[in-house]
Design a protein around this ligand. Sequence first.
Ligand SMILES: C[S@@+](CC[C@H](N)C(=O)[O-])C[C@H]1O[C@@H](n2cnc3c(N)ncnc32)[C@H](O)[C@@H]1O
Length: 269
Amino acid sequence: MTKLNDFIPERKKQNYIDNLYSLFDQYQSIRKSSPDHLEHIQISYSESRIISVLIQLHKPNKIIEIGSFIGYSTAHIIQALECVSPSDNSIKTDKSIFITFEKNKKYYSILRKNMLDLSLKKNNQNFNEKSDKNQKTNIINENIDIINFSHLDLITVNDNADICLDNIKNRFFEKEKIDMIFIDGSKNSYPEYLKFANKNLRKGGLIISDNTLLFNSMNNYSNSDEILDKKLKKMWININSFNQELAHSELYYSIIIPTFHGMSIAIKV
Ligand SMILES: C[S@@+](CC[C@H](N)C(=O)[O-])C[C@H]1O[C@@H](n2cnc3c(N)ncnc32)[C@H](O)[C@@H]1O
């Protein structure tokens, strides 16, 4: 079995890249304000760049993020969408609709506060909020609607996460398919999230998923029988099933970028 020390050169390489890009990160304050000593569960500086570059290339209009936490990745997605927003008519003509899910009440309320601050900074005005009984639509600028969900439905029926996501997606996009999904929620639900993508992502649509190397444990074990820790074993099995499906399904053309956490990119073919 591989020893931890074997990863040190890898870690140094990642640290070099992260240090290089952290200098230009506009959302350090969100990242550093994370509660419960959970700064490390957020995407890294380099991963935020990967997402941003992909969005600028792909120019999605209908986007879903699963697992916003306090909004660090959310802020980067918004910023990348702004780079390709209709204000530059030569690039993109449709308004973006971005739905982001966070199931934890505490993180959800910090997320909302952070999005509010972001909106104030960008527009010098508050969120323009349209509300219905279940959620609020936050218009961060006139070209991007952001819909935050406190994703309580999904906690109770985690086994059917794909069905809950279907219902919510249909409320906003009806039969239209989505252009991009960023997966960073419960590691055990990744196969469910993929079922949702199988049904709802358009051809040519993009899936970006974080933690697909599960903090280097995917490459550290050749099968789940070697894992003693029950929690890790369950996550390993689910991430392995997700990775296998993305790698072998005829629906996708994919690759795992070997960031420290592992970030998968897949195009629906
Ligand atoms: C790894 S963190 C997300 C980090 C965030 N994407 C970032 O990089 O800044 C995972 C988050 O997913 C949330 N989560 C877990 N299961 C979820 C679900 N079924 N629906 C929505 N959020 C979920 C957790 O509460 C946690 O805040």
